[in-house]
Design a binder for this molecule. Structure first.
Ligand code: AMP
Length: 308
């Protein structure tokens, strides 16, 4: 099944209690497509960079079978730049800089080869860009998943409402779910957000796992307790890449299969945070992924015999 990923391809600068990175390659589209490439070989990315973006990363996309026909390179312009600083708990962060640069005027173009993609992953980007991609698809994909963040809720809420009315699955974190719904209880927030359009909502809670809601049911995936978390940047995008990658690989979009998909998403996120930037998700083996998923199964498996 084919998968089209839309999202920022960027430079990041990250500060954690353990140190500060140089300008390194990041971006939601980068994390999502690198992670999804472990699940499907029929994968393309829609994004934009400036001529400052390193060719070795475009080569890496090609090595991973990621089609870059729709990755625009703007001569004489600068790539998107984001800087963030994590608090001591490594679960929350402040955005220090968001320089949209090439993203400010980005007009996405869906490549011919992916016009009829079965799966569409709209990674974190301005909601009008996300909407323009949906509108360019001549046949509606089997599943449209969208990720967003508080930044867009603050500056483009109306556009965000327009796009989330058209999607199947929304992924946001707990703080963003509260902001979008105006409800503190995540159960009430989920009900309100599902009323805005998406059939399924995933609420990411960092080291406390993720919740999967539809209109009637709720399911929980834990995060793997890790001895060391080095850099949480990209964890949400790696989660999304594992989630949609697994669905595209299996071709099954039932709620039961989404339960499995959020376990794969959580497993891929757990790799991402073990090293700075994209390093850990650049070279994983299928054995490593399988072993990690098994750890998740072991983490939550228990036998209880109920009387009566
Ligand atoms: P995550 O840690 O999964 O929430 O995503 C982090 C990535 O999101 C970083 O690599 C940033 O480059 C990217 N990012 C941060 N802010 C924005 C934004 N406003 N638009 C698009 N991408 C962003």
């Amino acid at each position: 099944m084919s998968l089209l990923v839309v999202g920022s391809v960027a430079f990041d600068q990250i500060e954690t209690p353990f140190g500060k990175s140089d300008k390194i390659v990041g971006g939601a589209g980068t994390y999502i497509s690198l992670v999804s490439s472990y699940f499907t070989k029929n994968l393309g990315i829609v994004s934009v960079v400036g001529d400052d973006f390193p060719q070795e990363y475009i080569d890496l996309f090609h090595q991973k079978n990621i089609n870059t026909d729709a990755l625009q390179i703007k001569e004489g312009e600068k790539s998107f730049f984001w800087a963030g600083k994590y608090h001591n708990d490594m679960n929350s962060r402040d955005t220090l800089v968001t320089d949209l640069n090439v993203l400010g005027t980005f007009k996405p173009e869906v490549p011919k080869a992916f016009e009829n993609a079965d799966f569409l992953m709209l990674g974190n980007l301005s909601p009008d860009v996300q909407l323009s991609v949906i509108n360019q698809m001549p046949t509606r994909p089997k599943l449209v998943v969208l990720d967003t963040m508080n930044f867009w809720m603050d500056i483009a809420l109306d556009d965000l409402h327009k796009v989330i009315a058209k999607i199947d699955v929304l992924t946001i974190n707990d703080e963003e779910a509260r902001q979008l719904s105006g409800e503190y209880s995540l159960v009430k927030a989920a009900r309100k957000i599902i009323g805005m359009g998406p059939k399924v909502l995933i609420i990411k809670k960092g080291e406390h796992g993720a919740l999967l809601f539809n209109e009637k049911e709720v399911f929980f995936a834990p995060a793997l307790p890790l001895e060391e978390v080095f850099d949480p940047t990209g964890a949400g995008d790696s989660f999304a890449g594992g989630f949609i990658g697994y669905l595209a690989k299996t071709g099954d979009i039932s709620f039961d299969n989404m339960k499995r998909a959020i376990i794969f998403g959580s497993a891929m996120a757990s790799f991402c945070v073990e090293k700075f930037g994209t390093i850990r998700i650049e070279n994983l083996s299928s054995k490593e992924i399988e072993t990690r998923v098994q750890q998740f199964i072991d983490l939550v498996q228990f036998d209880i015999v109920l009387e009566g």
